[in-house]
Design a protein around this ligand. Structure first.
Ligand code: HMG
Ligand code: MG
Length: 306
């Protein structure tokens, strides 16, 4: 079996990790988290989202956070933009630094699309169309996320053909890269493989990533299966934080620390310093006054203390 020799991780902790937190996390803490993550060697960071503050109050400080980040050379910063209003906010305010990449997010389930972004799948594509065109015209990269690619909290199992359909719609409007998301973490390795293969029927292997929530403890196994399929790009979240306010019962993303531990153990390069990563996880866990969800971070932290 040939596994990728190098893996790219997109750290989604500051966005997916924090968007579901009930207590308001100050912008200064979010900025500090981004700094710690980049200092640990992460080169792709999803910083915030330009969504409605009524829908996701935790992300209302998006412009302040983007303005506060001290950019590090070699690091790419992304933000979620569900519509033109969000895209314009991401690039217009004078204090805001432009993102290197924007993310438009659709779903493979109609019911989830309605709950999450208040429109049908077809309508979401029409909303994204001008966003993608405007971003590309400004040399901003465009990633697409497809939620609920294996299961939906409202519709149950999702067929791979629904994933292929949304991937095709995304590709047709110019989305350059697609993230296959298991939003509620119900996927098991073969189901996730089938969702990935559906995306791979439209996008090439370098343009598909995995985004796995860990609700049922399957995310590391799903990541390993993805590697075996040849996927080498993953979204992960520091301390395993995360969850979508519109995906009831969904818990955090796969922990960055757990994935890095696995990859390094397999001799796969990430460029990430696991010790510094654990410190970044400890920083945000201390702030949230909650133990980390990362098993590897817990084990290594305890070992340090012994
Ligand atoms: P809408 O209500 O249909 O939008 O919301 P609208 O265009 O009719 O506008 C209604 C109001 O929202 C107006 O304000 C607009 O100004 C405002 P009002 O006049 O009532 O005061 N508005 C905005 N404000 C700020 N920024 C904007 C924006 N757009 C409209 N961009 C909308 C549609 C998409 C905006 C809304 O449904 C929304 O914000 N949803 C948030 C969804 C979200 O953030 N979900 C979590 C992220 S996705 C995720 O976590 C999944 C992922 O991790 C992958 C996975 O795991 O599956 C990526
Ligand atoms: Mg997510």
């Amino acid at each position: 079996m040939t596994l990728p020799t190098k893996v790219k991780l997109v750290e989604v902790g500051p966005r997916d990790g924090l968007q579901n937190e009930k207590q308001q996390v100050p912008a200064s803490v979010k900025v500090e988290l981004v700094h710690r993550l980049q200092d640990a060697g992460l080169t792709e960071i999803e910083v915030t989202s330009f969504v409605s503050p009524k829908w996701v109050p935790q992300m209302a400080d998006n412009a302040t956070v983007m303005a506060g980040v001290k950019r590090k050379s070699g690091v790419r910063y992304s933000v979620l933009t569900p519509n033109m209003q969000g895209f314009e906010a991401a690039i217009t305010a004078p204090s805001v630094q432009w993102p290197d990449e924007i993310v438009v997010f659709a779903a493979a389930s109609e019911a989830f699309s309605q709950r999450n972004i208040n429109c049908s799948i077809a309508e979401s594509i029409e909303r994204f169309r001008p966003v993608v065109a405007a971003a590309l015209a400004k040399n901003i990269q465009v990633r697409g996320a497809i939620s609920c690619t294996v299961g939906c909290p409202y519709e149950g199992d999702i067929a791979p053909k629904s994933v292929a359909l949304v991937a095709r719609l995304m590709k047709d409007i110019g989305v350059q890269h697609i993230g296959v998301a298991d939003t509620i973490g119900v996927g098991t390795p073969l189901k996730v493989q089938h969702a990935l293969e559906a995306a791979l029927s439209v996008y090439d292997i370098n343009s598909v990533s995995g985004h796995f929530h860990d609700t049922y403890g399957q995310a590391v196994a799903n990541t390993l299966r993805s590697l075996e399929v040849g996927i080498w790009q993953f979204d992960t979240s520091i301390a395993g934080l995360g969850g979508c306010p519109y995906a009831k019962g969904a818990t955090g993303n796969v922990a960055t620390e757990d994935v890095v531990y696995m990859l390094h153990g397999m001799g796969i390069e990430t460029g990430i310093d696991l010790d510094r990563l654990i410190d970044a996880g400890q920083f945000i866990s201390d702030f949230l006054q909650r133990p980390t969800n990362s098993r590897a971070a817990k084990a290594l932290f305890n070992k340090r203390m012994a």
